[in-house]
Ligand binder design. Structure first.
Ligand code: SAM
Length: 228
């Protein structure tokens, strides 16, 4: 079976299981070639619904998790989105396709990666697939957000497990903005969907169980003994 056929089957399956719901997410899954975001030796597994290694003990998330998080973000054209954990760049490309499908300069993704080598891997992947014009990659500690609070975002997605809700990120979310973040221990988390109602009020939904690699840096697990 060709990669294209495998991709069509995967998308159909993700729709049947209720992970892909909206037309814009379905279209993004069709347009973004996951095989270009995994190491060469994993290309043939690109459309298996599983995380895959991308080096440095990190993974590209499973397609169903990318679908769930993308749907929960309720993205629209023209939005400015912050991603913490660039990894392969795949999730950033999916978001970029939704917020600026025709590449008209109306939406943008700012994505932060802790590991410089992965930031470079993602940059190359985004260039070769044509999404780099809609994504900026920053090397740093994404738990702290960007630009010392000078930027605020319509949406924030954290693709690594956080021990608690990262407060600095909340302060960089616009009112009516949505943040999607896995919260819990190193080994098991719940996907939190947080909507900012005012500068001090939030609606928080504890969504589904999930397992992500740990967030590093000051807001992450590095300096903490996790007892949960
Ligand atoms: N979104 C990625 C993709 O589409 O391939 C998958 C992300 S992977 C599950 C988690 C990533 O978060 C890893 O690349 C890891 O290096 C990164 N990470 C962990 N802690 C971080 C931090 N404090 N700031 C930025 N990136 C971080």
């Amino acid at each position: 079976m060709s990669l294209l056929e495998k991709k069509r089957l995967l998308i159909k399956d993700l729709m049947l299981q209720g992970y892909i719901v909206s037309e814009k997410v379905r279209r993004a899954f069709e347009k973004v070639p996951r095989e270009e975001f995994v190491p060469e030796n994993y290309r043939e597994y690109a459309y298996v619904d599983t995380p895959l290694p991308i080096g440095y003990d990190q993974t590209i998330s499973a397609p169903h998790m990318v679908a769930i998080m993308t749907e929960r973000l309720e993205l629209d054209e023209g939005m400015i989105v912050l991603e913490v954990g660039t990894g392969s760049g795949y999730q950033a490309a999916i978001i970029a396709d939704i917020i600026d499908p025709e590449s008209r300069g109306i939406g943008h993704v700012v994505s932060i990666e802790f590991i410089p080598e992965l930031a470079e891997f993602a940059r190359k992947n985004l260039i070769k697939t044509g999404f780099y014009d809609r994504v900026s990659i920053i090397i740093g500690d994404g738990g702290l957000g960007t630009f010392e609070n000078k930027m605020i975002y319509d949406r924030i997605i954290v693709t690594a497990a956080s021990p608690k809700i990262p407060k600095k990120l909340l302060s960089q979310l616009k009112i009516n903005g949505i943040m999607v973040v896995p919260i819990g221990s190193r080994w098991h988390q719940i996907l939190y969907i947080i909507k900012k109602i005012s500068e001090t009020e939030y609606i928080t939904i504890e969504d589904i169980p999930c397992v992500f690699v740990p967030l590093r840096g000051l807001e992450g697990f590095d300096k903490k003994i996790d007892q949960r």
